[in-house]
Design a protein around this ligand. Structure first.
Ligand SMILES: C[S@@+](CC[C@H](N)C(=O)[O-])C[C@H]1O[C@@H](n2cnc3c(N)ncnc32)[C@H](O)[C@@H]1O
Length: 214
């Protein structure tokens, strides 16, 4: 009996995967191809409103913005234009096939200020103290290890840098999204950030939370 309990205990992962459900469709190449098609849907601007999103980020020419969980690089042209030729966009993902698609997109759009980073589930692996604004769009609810990701994002921010989460209200995608907006804010604050502002990005669908580090 004791042996059976020990076997079960050792079979459990050392860290629970917070987003196991949201990440189900990402496990296979076929699943990711399906996600990629939705992320690059030509009608996505109507529901994602990327110009309004970038305006709310308050980016300035010369800044460095990180697109954490860049997917197929949908936001890259908007972010690239906002920081201009003197600025930088760090495009990061944990899936090489998404990152390859983001590279192809940036190249087709002739973006010259984008650098690409292959991160891990716990670390975006961005240069320390290098980022003015870290954007996490439709990705926070995919973090399996939010505490470790937040610590490493914090490490990548410049002093005074901001973390911006844009995500779905749980009520709009209850089976997919892990936490309500206010619980996301609490979780991030309990990991050393301070909530500066919150607003609806797309009413009843997506919110934006902006944090700095005290
Ligand atoms: C729904 S997609 C959103 C992609 C992109 N932000 C967009 O809105 O077009 C979620 C992305 O998060 C990535 N992802 C999941 N966990 C991650 C992690 N810990 N760090 C970075 N990216 C992650 C996935 O590979 C995927 O590209």
């Amino acid at each position: 009996m004791k042996t059976a309990v020990l076997i079960v205990l050792f079979a459990l992962p050392a860290w629970p995967q917070a987003a196991a459900k949201a990440n189900e469709g990402y496990k296979t190449k076929e699943g990711r191809d399906r996600v990629a098609a939705t992320l690059s849907n030509p009608h996505r601007d109507e529901t994602q409103k990327p110009d309004e999103l970038v305006a709310a980020l308050n980016l300035k020419p010369g800044m460095t913005v990180a697109d954490i969980g860049t997917g197929v690089g949908y936001m890259l042209p908007y972010l690239s234009r906002a920081v201009g030729p003197a600025g930088k966009v760090f495009s990061e993902d944990i899936q090489t096939d998404f990152l390859d698609r983001a590279k192809t997109h940036a190249s087709a759009e002739k973006l010259t200020n984008v650098q690409f980073f292959l991160g891990s589930e716990t670390d975006p692996k961005l240069p320390p103290g290098s980022v003015d604004v870290a954007l996490v769009l439709d990705t926070y609810h995919h973090f399996d290890y939010p505490g470790k990701m937040l610590a490493n994002i914090s490490h990548a921010l410049k002093p005074g840098g901001r973390l911006v989460i844009v995500d779905y209200y749980k009520s709009s995608r209850p089976d997919h999204v892990r936490l309500e907006r206010d619980d996301v804010a609490k979780e991030i604050e309990s990991n050393g950030f301070h909530l500066l502002s919150q607003h609806d990005h797309i009413p009843k669908s997506q919110y934006m939370l902006t944090f700095d580090r005290p």
